[in-house]
Ligand binder design. Sequence first.
Ligand code: ZN
Ligand code: ZN
Length: 450
Amino acid sequence: MSNQDPKLSARSDRPSNEEVADQIQKEWMFKIKRAPENFVIRCGIVPLILGLLEALLIVSNNFHYFGYWEWFITKSSETRDSIFPFLPLLDPYSLWRGWIVPSSLASATYIIVSLLSLRHELYHWKPELLGHYLESAKESKIGVYVPQAWLDFAFHIYEDNHREYINNRIQKQTHKALNDSEEFLKILRTVASNVFISTLMVLLFWILLLQTKIEAENIVQLPRSYVPPLQGIIWYLLNDLFYFYPHWIAHHSPSSDAFYYKLLPPTLAKALYTHFNRSHKLHHKTKANLGIAAWYCSPSEQILFNIFPALIGPLFTQFLASTLPFPLSQIWGTHLIVLYVWLMAASAMSVLAHTGYRSKWNDPGKHDLHHERAFNPKTAVNFGTLGFFDWVHGTKSRIPSADAEAWRMQRDRQAALWEASRRNGVELSRAQMDVVRQPDHSQEWVDKTI
Ligand SMILES: [Zn+2]
Ligand SMILES: [Zn+2]
């Protein structure tokens, strides 16, 4: 007895980490603790922020007036007047708030979200960059005064973080988003010109909106709390409608089973397909998804696929509301604050759909599968944004949601195993630490239809 290792005998009395984890997963406390993360994984970060903004609106309208919108209106007028002091035509509902502010907000959102994902995506593409930057930082003018151990530590934190992202990659190992830096620069140039085109489209959109009863005197009033969610549903459905059909046509050559070929005159159907398909091929040139390449497409595709579907909803509700008598026209019209939030959400979602990394903040599985199967008409899926028209036409794949669910369950298991190890005092084995894996479909994705 006395010869036996006390650690070993202690271990043999205990249940294994796996057994304890099984028990933990049944506990209410564990489920409650996991709920916030699972909620974020299921909803995604953008709908969550939209929900919080709606809650803020309800509080501001009914319980406590924060005055943030009034503050924004005053400050933005002051800024406008300091930049354009000699342009009296810029009244409160003028180009400043209807054009410059919304297009800047949408572009800034696109750029910020792209850069946040790009820091990991670049290292996925060229992992040696990390080492290169560490060495350069150490030799830089400031770096020489910073203790080397601190720099190593900072880079290791980043490296671990980056490795986690790499593990969460949902694309095939063989797929790389970029071939070389030349292609990357081409993407940047194309995206920059598309940002510019989008800005011009917002100007056109605002000129159209100014033809309606957008009332200047009520600009400071916040919208009723129930209006943004209802408008959001209409805008999102219209966005899905006007994105789905041109996109679907771009992926389907006129053939006997293409429904649009039966509806339209054959020459028109063929012309539409030829134009959309040629144009859309540029967007599908990146073999794997890359956040910043969400707007990597031809100018006509940017206008037709990305900008028009996003602006048609706000335009539609404003024109419709203008036919109503006052105050209904005010209540149901498109409010600037809702428009800003919508444009920022649309920009963020288009980048997030293209990151190719699954995380608790974002699940790009749906659009990733679309890119993966791109131009194989038999297996191509997920042509819409919301998924409603994909559901109507039977082109909605079940694979991404099943994958996301499997991934979420693995994360629950991992959390239970860590808790089991803490309670048990037994370290996790390598296999137990490696529980979370992205589903690898490899060949299977190509063969499965939906
Ligand atoms: Zn895409
Ligand atoms: Zn496509």
